[in-house]
Design a protein around this ligand. Structure first.
Ligand code: M6R
Length: 591
């Protein structure tokens, strides 16, 4: 939920720290700060607002000579987003930046206050710094190793010590990688933050402490030195930049045909056993936000095509509710980042009950990818915009493949080869939709002044509407909701006012007449109807966009870009900060 970067090496750290923070801004953007170490002193500069404001402040400051520093971009949890609460926090000889939540911070703080420690901020991070400082007697590895035993919750820490010339880091349940450069080394929440400098990295496991100098990286577990593998990242510098696009969100939507075809081809050519879930009697799809909505599409496909019992549940509920595992159950976890705290907890709950898990995940180095019993990687590449687009599309596509392969294995699908063949050429339909993007720009302009909108559909169309509605609300700040089309008249229809936009998704052949009737009901109350369909014969009430009619397995994929583009262009017509909507962060690593 926050971004961390650290540098030690041949250069002054400011450039790489600021570069890194800019790449990590998607993780939080309400305040930021850096700490750099000089001979025997530490200089800290903090600012509220965006990284650019921190950068301006740094430019106005006389900086000490340094080749070691840590930096942080914050999404506030403990205490409001002001300069005092912004990281880094310094207590005694310890200065640190933190991503995660220390759950027992209040108890630890009370104890430390009784011992005479004075705290300046409201953060749990300052408490962690004080705990480490209390253990620090000149040996950072020892102090960190002892201190983390006292901390409950999740953390990725980047640390510098006033009397040491090395960079330190440790993590538990929060992401952190170690970047290996030439005469310089890094820590970062995500490889994209340092890809400009190195593609070599090391993954840290829970509670491993790393010590970095210009030419050396040592990792310790329980105080003992251990060996770690150095890996090479396949992301490119272009992946982490928006090129000529105005926003990452638009760039990532435009990448959809390529990433979809690349991933589909890989899995269609050589279907993995993981796509066949016919051994299970019941599937639980557990995720948060858009990933959950991808799962809702998956549920309909699995039920209807593979005749398999399936539920979807948001991870924040699933982790605490009583779940009855009385059938052979598979829990499918869906997560772009693989770091969503509630989804991780749901996965661990399933493991504790001895239940199999399958993760559909993008970030291969993430906690979920590493801990799930099996993983399917969607290969969307880095997704920088806070609002997910290409990753959601690929999550849906993975459910298409799971339903298809399970249906085949259960001998429920006679047209398997034909459908596989269709999947191999699906990007041509997506390309056509994206070529039409200006049509949706006009829709966005039309929605510029609307305050409320509804999305309606039935069955699988309703599941897609959930995501369409979320896209509109999160990036354009329009109040919107998705309804099962038949549900609207049980109360909500009273909200329909003149010219209120209602976006109707109609692709499901067997119930399209029913949805059309519901459309007529809202049109009769003067709503403005925007229809996205695969059936040209459906009436155009105000706006209609028709996508290609393809197999039921892949049809949802073609509805996704039009809805994403409507959300994007509505926000663009309002000149909003689309890639970093207010109050959000890309990966929700806290409860
Ligand atoms: O990284 P995850 O897929 O686990 O994230 C889950 C949600 O937080 C995420 O999909 C969120 O809803 C998106 N920002 C929506 O665009």
């Amino acid at each position: 939920m926050c971004g961390i970067v650290g540098y030690v090496g041949k250069n002054n750290p400011i450039e790489s720290l600021i570069d890194g923070l800019k790449k990590l801004e998607y993780r939080g953007y309400d305040s930021s700060g850096i700490a750099i170490k000089g001979n025997n002193n530490i200089q800290i500069i903090k600012s509220t607002g965006r990284i650019i404001e921190l950068e301006d402040k740094i430019k106005e400051t006389k900086l000490i000579k340094s080749n070691l520093g840590i930096a942080h971009t914050r999404w506030a949890t403990h205490g409001e987003a002001n300069e005092i609460n912004a990281h880094p926090h310094k207590v005694g000889k310890v200065t640190l930046v933190h991503n995660g939540i220390i759950e027992n911070a209040r108890d630890l703080k009370n104890k430390l206050v009784n011992e005479g420690i004075v705290f300046r901020s409201e953060t749990d991070t300052e408490v962690a710094a004080a705990v480490i400082n209390a253990y620090y007697k000149g040996n950072p590895i020892q102090a960190i190793t002892k201190a983390i035993k006292q901390l409950k919750g999740s953390f990725a820490f980047g640390l510098i010590f006033e009397d040491q010339d090395k960079l330190y880091a440790v993590r538990k349940d929060s992401p952190l990688i170690v970047g290996i450069g030439e005469d310089e080394n890094f820590i970062a929440s995500d490889i994209a933050a340092i890809i400009k400098y190195t593609d070599k990295y090391m993954l840290l496991d829970d509670n491993e402490v790393v010590e970095l100098s210009k030419n050396e990286v040592n990792v310790y577990k329980d105080g003992e030195k251990i060996d770690k593998k150095v890996e090479t990242s396949n992301i490119s510098i272009e992946d982490a930049n928006k090129g000529s696009y105005k926003h990452f969100m638009l760039k990532e939507i435009m990448e959809e045909p390529i990433v979809l075809q690349r991933t589909l081809n890989k899995y269609l050519k050589k279907p993995s056993k993981l796509f066949d879930v016919s051994d299970y009697e019941e599937i639980h799809i557990v995720a948060c936000g858009s990933a959950l909505y991808a799962g809702m599409v998956g549920r309909v496909l699995l039920e209807e095509k593979a005749n398999i019992r399936c539920i979807t549940e948001c991870a924040s509920e699933y982790r605490y509710k009583k779940v009855i595992y009385d059938r052979k159950t598979l829990v499918i976890l869906v997560s772009q980042s693989g770091e969503t705290a509630d989804t991780i907890a749901a996965m661990r709950k399933a493991h504790e009950e001895g239940i199999d898990t399958l993760a559909i995940v993008n970030v291969t180095t993430s906690t979920i990818a590493r801990e799930a019993k099996n993983s399917i990687f969607i290969e969307a590449g880095p997704e920088i915009a806070v609002a997910t687009t290409k990753a959601y599309l690929l999550q849906v596509a993975m459910f298409s493949l799971i339903a298809l392969n399970t249906a085949k294995s259960k001998e429920l699908e006679k047209n398997y080869e034909k459908i596989v063949d269709e999947g191999k050429h699906i990007s041509k339909y997506l390309n056509k939709i994206l070529k039409d993007k200006d049509i949706f720009k006009e829709v966005g302009k039309e929605l510029k002044n609307c305050k409320d909108a509804f999305y309606i559909g039935r069955g699988i169309d309703y599941a897609i509407c959930k995501e369409g509605s979320l896209k509109l609300k999160e990036v354009s700040y329009t109040h919107s909701d998705a309804y099962e089309a038949g549900e609207l008249k049980h109360g909500t229809i009273s909200l329909i006012e003149d010219d209120m936009p209602v976006i109707a998704v109609i692709t499901d052949e067997k119930i399209k007449d029913k949805t059309e009737s519901n459309v007529i009901e809202v049109e009769a109350r003067a709503a403005k109807i925007f229809t996205i369909t695969n059936d040209d014969s459906i009436k155009n009430h105000h706006f209609k966009y028709v996508v290609e009619k393809i197999s039921d397995y892949f049809q949802p994929i073609l509805i996704v870009p039009p809805l994403q583009l409507i959300g994007y262009y509505t926000a663009d017509s309002r000149n909003l900060d689309i890639d970093k909507p207010r109050n959000l962060a890309k990966s929700v690593t806290v409860e």
